[in-house]
Design a protein around this ligand. Sequence first.
Ligand code: NOJ
Length: 565
Amino acid sequence: MPSPSPLVDLLADDVAAPWWRQAVVYQIYPRSFADADGDGLGDIPGVTSRADYLAELGVDAVWLSPFYPSALADGGYDVADYRNVDPRLGTLAEFDEMLAALHARGIRVVVDIVPNHTSDDHAWFQEALAAGPGSAARERYIFRDGTGPDASTPPADWESLFGGPGWRQVTEADGTPGQWYLHTFAPEQPDLNWDNPEVRADFEKTLRFWSDRGVDGFRIDVAHMLTKDLPDPLPSQAEIDALPFDGKHPLVDRDDVHEVYAAWRAIFDEYDPPRTAVAEAWVASDRVPLYASPSSLGQAFNFDLLQSDFDAAEFRDVVTHNLELASRSGSSSTWVLSNHDVVRHATRYGLPPLGRDSRGRGAVKQGSAWLRTGGTDPELDREGGLRRARAATMFLLGLPGSAYLYQGEELGLHEVAEIPAVERQDPSFFRTGGDDMGRDGCRVPLPWTTDGESLGFGSAHAHLPQPAWFAASAVEVQESDPQSTLSLYRAALALRERLQTSESLEWVETGRDDVLHFRREGGWSVVTNFGTEPFALPAGDVVLSSSPTDDGSVGAATTVWVRTI
Ligand code: NOJ
């Protein structure tokens, strides 16, 4: 019998423990990762050129934020063609090359599916504009007549999540003011009508298109918003705000969205190994298992750590609660500290704590006020923030379940606050008149080298300006420094596999409110000191620590991994 090829070995799946359950998934924001053709915008060949970097980092998979044709009204989450690559980012052939390069290194690939809305450049929306009221083309979106004597008032006073009104009036083909369409996000992102079987069929085609090409899984954008039930007349924003999120809400987290995902699950299971999916669903925690269940998407992001202060009680509560939720759904838990939508965690932990309930909403806005001052007030504790971020990440990487990392956190990057208004790109910045500074600060292109036009990102000026202080965090600098954040991430990921034998943990009481200690099967202990007073090291060998432990203790804001047998 011929021996299996190395590729088969590297991607072999274990039926009992599918690859994704305890995977480390690294999020790439393609426009800001690496720019191979020197036009200032990161691209797919740029990812391929850094395949060895990803392999050395030790990630199991990458998740690529959208790379599809897009006018970039929302950083690519306004998709004009779901089955293609933006020509500025590459070609389908280059996508295949990237996939092959990553697979050859044992790295799986997850792509982003954006089903709630298309771009207004999408052929369907253009067709809807041309076809006029009452047409089948308009039925793919959510069009309504305006109200008032000349229908010039929107059908409802709803607000867009990026600020400003949530309905926009179109100009009909004959030049007259026409109907209105719903856009939960930017006006360039018209919401699709998921009651329309054609919409459902087209997304199924998209899932097959990428699965056939060999992608391993999908991240589903705002997975809780697709299906809607819009009565006539439409309720007001105030009436909507008063409704409970009980599965029957007209706009959010409706029970019937899971009919869509049951159909998708059947498609995922046609493949071997089955394609995976992770839901981006900002829903009440007791509803997360619905998305994470094996009959639905199979996994869901848990954003609770990302919304917590660096605080022992909050972290313990979040972990206990989410492991329980995961066991309820039969999925594994996911852990996230940073992504392309929030202020980087090194910066969050360098600002005064929120001091709120760990599951309180709105914490994702942490840093907003600081961003509005250009990052000057309050003064950012850069060193302390990074120290706490390293400790929090090592805590997270010690947990059972899968870890989602965001590009640049392995370099300990801070949020970039000093982006001039003229260079900003995020629609939420413009639609709120700068009240919400938006998410550009965590999307600044990565520094690979200490010099060069865009610090090794590419050969041209980067599409978002890199601050001078980025150079000190460049990959080039950190690779040769054993104490660097990059070296810490590499060491942790190399060791992590050995911790992930079972999906459970056992808390060990520490006698201190500000110190957490948990044990994993196989003699591993993870101890995090969230406080300032040193804590005595547990017995065993310190295998890794986020800050030095030379004095025999776990110092302030430090995590250690200890081998106890
Ligand atoms: C969630 C994505 O993470 C975010 O970046 C995007 O703006 C919205 N969904 C709309 O697609």
